[in-house]
Design a protein around this ligand. Structure first.
Ligand code: F6P
Length: 536
């Protein structure tokens, strides 16, 4: 950390001591222009950060800290395709996938591969790709996990329409039930198996790929099922060894992280389901957010301000988790997608130079669709002893019945207002008195009705639930996570933490297969014995 950044941290620590007990209600009283100052528009999204527990003085200090942490240079490096993934010595050029940023060679490679995948998807939509029986392939079984699954699955759910000529199912878990469910009414003769794996070595994806091959072979009565296979991978030789014809292997590159890859041929399934115009509009929305991110000054930069609020909440106010609550069923997979994006990127304790950070880094991300969440975990958000900053996402324009849509909007607004305003003991008592409740009963009941309020939210309003706005929304989160990584001083683009469990799982698998017994902790030994039936 530079001297200036260290000064920034102590300035922020001082502000946390002075203002940490205050919340947006106090700041609204003292800052007449607060809503305007903390509302930012970009890529079809209006973001209102004014309900955060961040004063404008504090925001200025956070901006100074970001400046001292080299945020401008970091953004420029990200956009130009410099090797910002320092542990793996790679770029993280996801902006190039949507034609933004300044990585010209990345953009050219991305464009040509996108066009190739799009031609294939268009041909599938037109019924021009047939399987071994001559029937057109109109079903896609999309096999992948983590970044090779969550993004495409989310977009397909968010933007898919009934009546698409192509039906898609997503398969991630190797649980046999998941496979059976995914292919439940698919005819192998009409099904394309699209295996998405950057490494083409992920155990779950390999197992599901093998199961899909067997399913095709059994259903089609032939071993030559290559007409039913396609893949997206950075290991084309492995995809070829699996039997995918070369012209159907779409390229991924080591300069795009798996969780940032949804903008590429990884989403061929989505291209086929939504059509070319919709997928290109998704990329345009993301590119509009990229342009805003790379060109706006820090205090008017949506991803930067969002990241600064997240950093303040985590490091200086000690908020351990952050909620994400979309008021749109079509966005119900957003929390799962953000969990991987944020927790795989920021769930680290080692700094860029190999030093232990010592402080807090990424928050625990969780959430669910708004109306359902209101009848489940919102009780804790309103009255629990833990304060959870929440992103509330709403959609302005109705996509169907305007009356029920208005209900979605008013619930989103009402919950954000209740989280902020709360209800005092006096108000609760007055409300009970207005209902002619007996004074003794008021004294007994009122404490239970008190809601402290001051609970911070970001309110993100999409103009409409269309590809452009959804593209902008996902890019917003990508950039916010990146900015947080710069503030924490960690690398957002590796994920060594998930390796050890994978290695141990394959060791255990070998032991179960061969009957060998290795050395494990006593609990694992006992459980392994239970799997083997030793205790039966
Ligand atoms: O969970 C670890 C991880 O490496 C993710 O980062 C990645 O998205 C996922 O596994 C799948 O990897 P692959 O695309 O190589 O199969």
């Amino acid at each position: 950390m530079t001297r200036l950044a260290e000064q920034g941290v102590s300035e922020l620590a001082g502000l946390a001591r002075e203002e940490g007990a205050q919340d947006a209600r106090d700041f609204f009283r003292n800052e007449p222009g607060r809503v305007d100052a903390l509302t930012i528009r970009a890529a079809g999204i209006t973001a209102d950060f004014s309900k955060q527990s961040v004063s404008q003085t504090c925001l200025e200090a956070l901006v100074r800290f970001a400046d001292a942490s080299g945020i401008d240079e970091a953004i420029a490096n990200l956009a130009s395709g410099a090797p910002v993934n320092v542990t793996e010595q790679r770029a993280a050029s996801h902006m190039a996938l949507r034609g933004a940023g300044r990585d010209e060679s990345g953009k050219a490679a991305a464009r040509s591969e996108l066009d190739r995948a799009m031609r294939f998807a268009n041909a599938l939509r037109a019924g021009e790709i047939s399987g071994v029986t001559g029937k057109p392939l109109r079903n896609i079984l999309h096999i992948g996990i983590g970044g090779s699954d969550l993004g495409p699955r989310l977009i397909a759910k968010a933007l898919g329409e009934a009546g698409s000529p192509v039906r898609a199912r997503f398969l991630a878990s190797p649980d046999p039930d998941a496979f059976a469910h995914a292919v439940r009414d698919f005819d192998p003769a009409e099904t394309l198996v699209f295996v998405v794996s950057k490494s083409f070595g992920t155990a779950e994806t390999k197992a599901n790929g093998a199961a899909a091959r067997e399913w095709l072979e059994a259903g089609l009565g032939t071993k030559d099922v290559s007409a039913h296979l396609a893949a997206a991978s950075a290991a084309p030789d492995k995809a070829a060894a699996f039997g995918v014809p070369g012209e159907r292997v779409f390229e991924m590159w080591d300069w795009v992280g798996g969780r940032y890859s949804l903008w590429s041929a990884v989403s061929m399934t989505v291209m086929a389901v939504l059509g070319e115009a919709a997928f290109r509009a998704l990329l345009q929305g993301a590119a509009a957010m990229d342009d805003h991110f790379t060109a706006s000054r820090l205090d008017r930069n949506m991803p930067v301000v969002m990241a600064l609020a997240a950093y303040w909440n985590r490091v200086f106010l000690g908020r351990q988790s952050a909620g994400l609550v979309p008021y749109a069923t079509r966005l119900s997979l957003l929390p799962a997608w953000l969990q991987q994006l944020s927790m795989e990127s920021l769930g680290k304790r080692t700094g860029l130079a190999g030093d232990e950070i010592g402080g807090d880094t990424g928050a625990i991300i969780w959430g669910a669709e708004g109306p359902n969440g209101q009848h489940a975990f919102f009780q804790l958000l309103h009255q629990g002893s833990t304060i959870v900053p929440v992103d509330i996402i709403a959609v302005r324009e109705a996509n169907g019945d305007p009356v029920r849509h208005r209900m979605m909007l008013t619930n989103a607004l009402g919950q954000a207002e209740a989280l902020l305003s709360g209800r005092s003991f006096e108000t609760a008592s007055a409300e009970l008195a207005a209902r002619s409740v007996d004074p003794d009963e008021i004294r007994r009941l009122a404490p239970h009705l008190v809601m402290p309020g001051g609970r911070p939210t970001n309110f993100l309003m999409l103009d409409r639930l269309d590809p452009y706005c959804v593209g902008g929304l996902l890019a917003l989160y990508e950039h916010s996570v990146f900015v947080q990584s710069v503030l924490f001083g960690i690398n957002a683009f590796d994920q060594y933490g998930v390796e050890l469990g994978k290695t141990l799982a394959s060791t255990l698998e070998r032991e179960l297969e061969t009957g060998a017994s290795g050395i494990h902790d006593p609990s694992t030994m006992r459980l392994l014995g239970r799997v083997r039936g030793d205790n039966d």
